[in-house]
Ligand binder design. Structure first.
Ligand code: HEM
Length: 472
């Protein structure tokens, strides 16, 4: 006997739309979902866009959903929406609806080695190059420069993924305006996010926005296809993701990737590879500066490990406290704040359940995992779960956490392929910046405000820097 999943009353036509659209300025778009969890409990059900969405907000239920024998990633409304928006036929790995999708399988098998530890290590010098550009900019502009943290980190992460993935320089630090590709990318992402709150029927009549979307998506795809063509015409020896895709053969089928699939994955890497990491770095600076004891500990670690010399790839595995800072930041502020799981279609169980058999699911249920709640579950992290305490994420504690307690990079087969890339980049940037500058909040009274597209970032966060020693 199962128990009905709690559900806020739904209105005709719009269902529960009004329950989830009440984010205040400065709040994440998922805040209303979190408030519903406070009211209805760790599992509840909504009617959105004409279909049922289940939301899970505690560790016990999430742990079940991470069981890959019973559940798997399903594309969810946001990702399905992105596929529709792109309308290209080829799907990048992130938005692929299923592990059974042959395009996903091929890309996954060809790209896994390209994201392996040795390949990422080889990208260190290019990451260092871009991080030094950021440090030079801040050094040159001096302590009078009110650093727009999120914007500058977005320039950094975008330039880093572009050079490491496809040897392309956006040179974002040398222009005031974002590159047109980035503007198009932001256009597609923010339209994707705003459509989550717009009924499908209404979307059909948004003629001007639909046209802008078509232009932005086409522009992105044209730029990416052009990059593939140029690389084919002017081959290079560089070990980057583009070459891995152009020359790689699927170990299962022996086939190579089509150009449109390569292009779709390049766009995926540019999007998935920069928004999330720039949010991580921005939130990390916010929390460090709001908690000066942690800031000084992190800086002391860099001084002890690196000293005044150049930050090298071998330093990365010695930065234990900074690693804990990054883990704790992503626990509190998972920059990809939710993902969607559903029962495995091949399961023979005709009546899937969750909650140890308590709640019935349907075979095609989509369950949204609300990481902002799950990773702050007091049952796992204690009564101070909402506090920033990197010490709890040092290896000796981190390795003893329940298996799925920290999942900002997703889980299972469809977990983040770019995790080692993001980690090396974030550790390196933290090390270079803390080594060379002292930082303070521009306004010490600033309290965290968040802006959401498909990822979340701090809003209105400004800091000031002063040089400690020469840039290395
Ligand atoms: C998948 C988070 C950095 C590429 C994912 C997922 C999450 C995530 C949660 C799973 C989504 C789902 O289940 O629906 C993050 C975070 C990052 C980060 C928090 C940084 C702090 C990167 C980077 C890249 C990247 C740097 C590429 C260079 C991807 C791709 C997938 C993915 C391609 C899809 C994998 C698949 O479906 O097989 N990421 N990511 N991510 N990420 Fe990341």
């Amino acid at each position: 006997m199962t128990t009905p999943i709690p559900s806020p009353p739904a209105l005709p036509l719009v269902g529960n739309l009004l329950n989830v659209t009440g984010a205040q300025p400065g709040e994440s778009a998922l805040k209303p979902f979190e408030r519903l969890a406070d009211e209805y409990g760790p599992i509840y059900c909504l009617w959105l866009g004409g279909s049922e969405r289940i939301v899970v907000a505690n560790y016990a239920l999430f742990e079940e959903l991470c069981d890959e024998t019973r559940f798997l990633k399903t594309a969810g409304q946001a990702l399905e929406g992105l596929n529709e928006l792109r309308n290209t036929g080829a799907r990048g790995m992130f938005t692929s609806p299923s592990e059974k999708d042959p395009d996903w399988g091929q890309a996954h098998r060809i790209l896994m080695p390209a994201f392996g530890p040795l390949a990422i290590r080889d990208m260190f010098d290019e990451m260092h190059d871009i991080a030094s550009q950021l440090a030079l900019k801040w050094a040159r502009l001096g302590s009078e420069y009110k650093i727009p943290v999120t914007e500058d980190f977005t320039r950094l992460t975008l330039d880093t993924i572009a050079i490491c993935a496809m040897d392309y320089r956006f040179n974002s630090f040398y222009q005031d305006e974002m590159h047109p590709f980035v503007q198009a990318m932001i256009g597609v992402l923010s339209e994707g996010a705003s459509r989550l709150k717009t009924p499908k029927l209404v979307q059909k009549f948004m003629y001007r926005r639909n046209e802008q979307l078509r232009i932005d998506s086409k522009y992105q795809m044209d730029v990416a296809i052009d990059l593939v063509k140029r690389r084919r015409e002017h081959p290079s020896e560089k070990k980057d993701l583009l070459n891995a895709m152009i020359h790689g053969k699927d170990p299962k089928t022996g086939e190579g990737m089509r150009d449109d699939l390569i292009a779709a994955n390049m766009i995926t890497f540019l999007v998935a590879g920069h928004e999330t990491t720039s949010g991580l770095l921005s939130f990390a600076f916010y929390y460090l500066l709001k908690n000066p004891a942690t800031y000084f500990k992190a800086q002391r670690e860099v001084d002890n490990v690196v000293g005044q010399g150049k930050v090298t790839v071998d330093h990365m595995k010695q930065l234990h406290y900074i690693e804990a800072v990054l883990r704790e930041t992503l626990r509190l502020e998972p920059t990809a704040p939710a993902f969607v799981r559903g029962p495995r279609p091949e399961n023979t169980d005709p009546f899937p359940t969750i909650g140890g058999g308590k709640y019935a699911l349907k075979k095609d249920s989509q369950v949204m995992c609300l990481l902002g709640k799950i990773q702050r579950d007091p049952a796992v992290y204690g009564e101070d779960a909402n506090e920033f305490r990197p010490e709890r994420m040092l290896d000796e504690h981190f390795n003893r956490l329940p298996k799925h307690a920290w999942k900002p990079f997703g889980t299972g087969m469809r977990g983040c392929i770019g995790r080692p890339f993001a980690w090396q980049e974030a550790l390196l940037v933290m090390a270079i910046l803390l080594q060379n500058f002292d930082f303070r909040l521009d306004d010490p009274r600033y309290d965290l405000k968040v802006k959401s597209a498909l990822t979340v970032k701090p809003d209105g966060l400004f800091i000031r820097s002063s040089m400690r020693a020469g840039i290395t």
